[in-house]
Design a protein around this ligand. Structure first.
Ligand SMILES: [Zn+2]
Length: 327
């Protein structure tokens, strides 16, 4: 494990130790706290001896996701006790159900637009963020967001739900779109580990067909018009990279029948058995016929093409697709 990450865990553990020591002085029965202190000391000793992050049973690395959630984790998933396995399965199922409830409603009525999205975790939970949020005047505008937190699994899904809470709280207040992005970036920087970041496109779509958008290092969305396809090329730093990053916005006008297509790299970086990646060119070929089909049909043909390319079975990465069509 990289020294930087180990020293980050050491810092977290030292902090935890200090808090436990303070709690022990106040507790009427400090025995349980002393047991926890022993666990922290054991983890710190492992960092000193270079064994930190290795399963105590098989000596293989513990899943980074689980270590990030609990720096004192001692066993890899394969070597949990049966009770621990069942508890973990229950937790993950609960997390999956909670995450499903964070998705926007499928039957949202948007002012002047129709939408369709596809959200598919590679495992039980996803690190992708997909959202549609009403603007300050819901009859006039709405926000659309497609993003991707580094990593997969539970740790990524927790950060995704943080993003969801931040956007749901702050979108629609008096902030301009770039202020919104800058505030959320700052909050995300403060709330997440320095090893985690998120790429994301957030836009504000108006009833008139005008969109304003900002891109934090995410896959470039496309506008599909009758006369051709346009790539929205502006991009800033991923969220969580630098607390004081600035986010610029750009505006485009969509006409009736024009389509905005957003996706996560679970699409373009999906690999065939040969190792070849799905790639942007293949996507562009598929999008060429997009203006003649409904948003739902467009997503279906995209998924069909992806499955034909990479084969059936579980996807290797979380996948999100969103289509917005100007009516
Ligand atoms: Zn193990």
């Amino acid at each position: 494990m990289a020294g930087l990450i180990e020293s980050m865990f050491a810092r977290q553990l030292e902090e935890r130790k200090q808090r436990l020591q303070e709690a022990a002085t106040r507790a009427s029965d400090p025995r349980q706290i002393h047991d926890l202190l022993d666990d922290v000391d054991r983890a710190l000793a492992k960092i000193s001896s270079g064994n930190y992050g290795l399963c105590e049973s098989c000596h293989e690395p513990i899943e980074p996701d689980r270590l990030a959630l609990d720096p004192m984790t001692r066993y890899c998933v394969d070597h949990l006790t049966e009770n621990e396995q069942h508890a973990l399965e229950r937790d993950i199922e609960l997390a999956r159900q909670m995450q499903n409830r964070l998705l926007p409603a499928r039957d949202l009525i948007l002012p002047g637009w129709t939408s369709h999205f596809h959200y598919e975790p590679s495992g039980q939970v996803s690190g992708d963020y997909c959202d549609i949020i009403a603007g300050d005047n819901p009859a006039e505008s709405f926000y659309f967001i497609v993003g991707d937190v580094t990593g997969k699994g539970i740790a990524a899904s927790l950060l995704m739900s943080q993003l969801h809470a931040m956007f749901r709280t702050l979108a629609g207040s008096d902030f301009s779109l770039s202020e919104l992005m800058e505030r959320i970036n700052r909050l995300f920087c403060e709330a997440s580990l320095s090893t985690h970041f998120a790429t994301l496109v957030c836009g504000l779509a108006h009833k008139t067909g005008e969109i304003e958008f900002s891109n934090a290092g995410h896959c470039l969305p496309f506008i599909i018009r009758e006369r051709g396809i346009e790539r929205l090329s502006t991009s800033g730093l991923p969220l969580g990279f630098a607390c004081d990053a600035h986010y610029h916005t750009e505006k485009k006008a969509l006409l009736s029948g024009d389509t905005l297509f957003l996706y996560t790299d679970g699409l373009t970086e999906s690999a065939a058995h040969s190792g070849e990646l799905y790639g942007e060119n293949r996507l562009l070929d598929l999008l060429k016929g997009a203006s003649s089909v409904s948003p739902k049909e467009l997503l279906e043909s995209c998924l069909h093409d992806l499955t034909r390319f990479s084969g059936r079975g579980r996807r290797s990465d979380d996948l999100t697709l969103m289509v917005l069509r100007k009516e």
